[in-house]
Design a protein around this ligand. Structure first.
Ligand code: ADP
Length: 389
């Protein structure tokens, strides 16, 4: 073989390694490996075979010269089968009718030969040992690449499965909560009717049970409503656009007007920036955080500070209150769905507000967390990516 000196083979091996490393699971691996053998190593032909019912068969050939391909395969089929069974390399010169020097390399995955690569160079002399060693290394590389691609593919598949399952779950949650609303309305209104119509016949216990039933139904309606809102954050969000948070905050405070007035809350804020966001969701975010700051107030009138500072490509917002505070052990849990730290009836709410906030912030590529101590007020921090200057 004078086509390549050992160095030439070695360089081709390095390029092969680099090339194989770029392959994605979508690439037709055998086709690419075949190209490598002809382009980098100047092989006249490469045949890839596997065992089927004890016999070697072709699953890819690089040449369009079918007669040559069939001829070489027929002449080497037995050796290919041996290599596939034993996992050892072989090499021979065959005539079809011109002489071809063929190297047979097992492609091993999980210590099992899964395929054989037969590389043929038109030559009457056998391939030099150096070349055979390099080819053996290429076959080793091919086995690892193949395993890598399979695991990448498995990973992508499980990601696709997960996304599909999530989508289905959200669809289910949406449908279920939508469909549940109707019968629930019926339960609430019929128990109310019962209360009204049989008011004279019901004793104190009976009337109490009816109120519990109505209360339960109304609470469930609220929970379903909030769950629906939660499930729509990702699926029914508006497209992002430049959003002036000064305007958003102004609208939020207008919506909270009655609560602000009755609680005597004082709300201060720094100049808020314009961000790329879903304006309606930004309003929900501020409304939930400021609403909580008012709801969970101490005996003092609420003092709420909205602040913002720019840091490494993002805005860090904070909403600080002087309310009842939260035990630091629970400052993560409160962002879970339906998570509340108080007995029912103590404060209104379903425990979805902060879960909604978290999902909104995450949809915008930010993070949210809380710092607090019981009796010392709470501060909620969240980030939103900043507009590029
Ligand atoms: P909800 O307000 O409906 O109870 P949230 O998800 O908004 O639900 O809040 C979860 C829990 O976190 C609340 O029940 C409350 O115990 C606690 N919490 C939230 N915000 C504050 C706050 N500013 N001060 C004290 N506790 C808070």
């Amino acid at each position: 073989m004078d086509k390549f000196d050992d160095k030439g083979y070695f360089d081709a091996f390095i390029r092969t390694a680099q090339y194989l490393a770029t392959l994605s699971p979508e690439a037709d691996f055998w086709l690419q490996l075949g190209k490598v053998m002809t382009v980098f190593f100047g092989a006249d032909l490469a045949i890839f075979g596997e065992l089927k019912q004890g016999e070697a068969c072709i699953h890819h050939c690089t040449s369009t010269d079918e007669r040559l391909c069939a001829g070489i395969f027929a002449g080497t089929q037995e050796t290919m089968a041996q290599v596939l069974e034993s996992g050892f390399m072989a090499s021979e010169v065959i005539r079809v009718p011109e002489p071809y020097s063929v190297a047979f390399l097992p492609i091993i995955q999980e210590s099992r030969p899964i395929a054989v690569m037969a590389v043929a160079h038109r030559s009457a002399s056998p391939l030099p040992k150096g070349a055979l060693n390099i080819y053996l290394a290429v076959a080793g590389l091919a086995g690892t690449t193949l395993a890598n691609l399979a695991s990448q593919e498995r990973l992508q598949q499980s990601k696709r499965d997960l996304e599909k399952a999530l989508e289905e779950m959200q669809k289910f949650a949406r449908l279920a909560s939508h469909d549940l609303q109707e019968p629930l309305r019926m339960v609430a209104s019929y128990v109310q009717l019962l209360q009204k119509k049989y008011a004279n016949q019901l004793d104190a216990k009976g009337a109490e049970y009816c109120s519990f039933a109505v209360e339960g139904a109304v609470r469930m309606q609220d929970m379903i409503h909030d769950l629906l809102q939660y499930s729509r954050i990702d699926t029914k969000g508006e497209p992002f656009r430049p959003t002036d948070l000064e305007i958003v905050l102004r609208n939020t405070l207008a919506s909270l007007g009655a609560d602000i007035e009755t609680s005597g809350a004082e709300i201060t804020h720094e100049d808020l920036p314009t961000v790329i966001a879903d304006p309606s969701q930004m309003k929900v975010l501020f409304q939930n955080l400021i609403g909580n700051a008012i709801k969970f107030r101490s005996i003092e009138p609420p003092l709420i500070q909205v602040r913002v500072q720019k840091q490494a490509g993002e805005w860090l917002f904070s909403v600080k209150d002087n309310g009842i505070g939260i035990d630091p052990r629970y400052t993560q849990r409160i962002f879970d769905v339906f998570e509340r730290l108080h007995r029912r009836g103590e404060y209104p709410g379903t425990g979805m507000g902060l879960a909604v906030c978290k999902k909104i912030v995450e949809r915008h590529g930010g993070r949210i967390r809380a710092e607090s101590q019981v009796g010392r007020g709470s501060t909620f921090f969240f980030t939103i990516p900043a507009l590029q200057d």
